[in-house]
Design a protein around this ligand. Structure first.
Ligand code: ATP
Ligand code: LTN
Length: 328
């Protein structure tokens, strides 16, 4: 069975983009792959965050993983910082990555551009920690949204570089990007990615939003004056984004979805998209409410970390030894 690994960095509230681009994909794959899904908590402190907020986000993240359908019997779910080898391998990989490579990371460049951000060393070297997350487990595939593709490509470069120098140390992983929904855009500004870090309340559908707010956000989503429901991200980014959301959630192709709504008024189209989002999120929220305060969340994470700890440690030891860090 092939191995897959992915994680979410819950530095804010999870949203429809996190669900469509990531969590839903994890759920789809869990039966057919040996899948490891973690909470990337070490990545959450790369930008300032209050400790109370972070703690709440971690709890939410594991609760949403489960509420969205990840099954701890099939998928291994754990908290990144519970498996100490991530940070340790991250350090080693840091020393085999060039600053020129880190300077090219678009996510980093975007964060630097925002003058409100304090830029830490952690933010800069974040991609090497992500590479460690992946390479520790010899993952074949990394299911991620479009924005993370560049980080997986850097991971491949680091793995190949170290393999060339030290022999076959790491499996070189492939990114796995969803065909539909790899980049859900903001509803209020469809030129920008729906994101938890932008504080774009009107443009972001949070997984915790109640049905009335979801409907309100979708009904007031920015569209255009062309008056035709077409998939044309360049000229009709708002409509194309709504089509993508519907297609992804209804498990249909974009072409089929476009045909389904062709000739419909924008108001009616939006109403149907809203119905689809609400009917997807409502059962998830019910399951979330039922588990959010339970100690089951702890148990799942503890069990997950126990399952992977030794494997991660073995890999770390092998790398340390190959690099010359251990006595013979
Ligand atoms: P954000 O910008 O919201 O902080 P992120 O990409 O930096 O998000 P995560 O929340 O950790 O960080 O992303 C988790 C996964 O969800 C990643 O695979 C990412 O590619 C995917 N993802 C995030 N936002 C979207 C989106 N708007 N559309 C599709 N996939 C997304
Ligand atoms: N960088 C990712 C989260 C993340 C991740 C990973 C995803 C951290 N480590 C390893 C896949 C594999 C993000 O911001 N979305």
């Amino acid at each position: 069975m092939k191995t897959m690994i992915s994680g979410i960095k819950p530095s804010g509230q999870l949203h429809l983009g996190s669900y469509i681009g990531a969590i839903r994909e994890f759920v789809k794959y869990q039966q057919d792959y040996h899948i490891l899904i973690f909470i990337a908590n070490l990545h959450c402190i790369t930008l300032p965050i209050e400790q109370e907020e972070l703690r709440e986000n971690l709890r939410d993240c594991i609760a949403f993983y489960l509420a969205c359908g990840l099954d701890p019997e099939q998928a291994t779910l754990f908290l990144q910082s519970d498996v100490k080898a991530h940070a340790q391998l991250g350090w080693i990989l840091n020393c085999f990555t060039y600053t020129g490579e880190l300077n090219r990371m678009t996510q980093y460049k975007d964060k630097v551009k925002d003058k409100n951000n304090l830029i830490t060393g952690g933010l800069y070297t974040y991609p090497t920690l992500m590479a460690a997350d992946i390479l520790l487990y010899d993952a074949d595939y990394v299911p991620v949204g479009e924005d993370q593709k560049q980080h997986v490509e850097l991971t491949r470069d680091i793995a190949q570089r170290m393999n060339n120098r030290f022999g076959e140390l790491f499996k070189v992983p492939d990114p796995l990007i969803p065909k539909v929904g790899a980049r859900i855009m903001s509803l209020s500004n469809p030129e920008k990615k729906m994101s938890k870090s932008e504080h774009d309340l009107k443009g972001t559908i949070y997984l915790k939003d109640d049905p009335a707010s979801i409907r309100k956000k979708i009904m007031s989503a920015k569209t255009d004056t062309l008056g035709a429901v077409h998939y044309d991200p360049e000229n009709q980014p708002g409509i194309s984004n709504l089509l993508t959301i519907y297609a992804a959630l209804a498990d249909k192709s974009l072409k089929e979805t476009e045909e389904q709504f062709s000739g419909m008024q924008y108001g009616e189209f939006k109403k149907q998209v809203a119905d689809c989002v609400v009917s997807t999120l409502e059962p998830i929220q019910k399951r979330y409410d039922a588990i959010i305060h339970s100690s089951y969340l702890h148990d799942v994470l503890q069990h997950g970390a126990q399952k992977v700890n030794q494997r991660a440690l073995d890999k770390l030891n092998r790398v340390q030894s190959a690099v010359g860090l251990a006595l013979e």
